[in-house]
Design a protein around this ligand. Structure first.
Ligand SMILES: [Zn+2]
Length: 125
């Protein structure tokens, strides 16, 4: 099996910056979405008793909550990636132990599977 190239220090530095930037964005997004869900909840509290409006407020609240949850799941993955960076296991595929391709990490810096295993995951199971 071909050994893939290890990440260089510069690449790691760039990926860490990308992770940290993404983390900031997601934190802001999650708190905005929480605020949005809260406002919708408050409106639901009998303020507006038109059933159609209540239905759509519910829908929007659930949408905001699910987007906030999604942002939080990615935040956890980013935190994990930052921990792996500190202990030197960052960028290694969880399944095959090979180096994850740099172009893939550039797109998804918190990826835990190499391209091949990710594809296998999406097609198989
Ligand atoms: Zn792999």
């Amino acid at each position: 099996m071909a050994t893939k190239k290890k990440l260089t220090k510069t690449q790691l530095k760039e990926l860490r910056a990308a992770l940290e930037a993404e983390r900031e964005t997601l934190l802001a997004q999650a708190s905005d979405l929480d605020a949005e869900a809260d406002i919708k909840q408050w409106r639901d509290g009998g303020f507006d008793d038109d059933p159609a409006d209540t239905g759509s407020a519910n829908f929007e609240r659930e949408r905001a909550q699910s987007l906030a949850n999604h942002a939080r799941r990615i935040l956890l993955q980013i935190d994990d990636a930052l921990v792996r960076m500190d202990n030197g296991t960052y960028g290694v595929c969880e399944r095959c132990g090979e180096q994850i391709e740099y172009p893939r990490l550039e797109v998804i810096p918190y990826a835990t599977l190499c391209l091949e295993d990710k594809r296998r995951d999406e097609h198989g199971r």
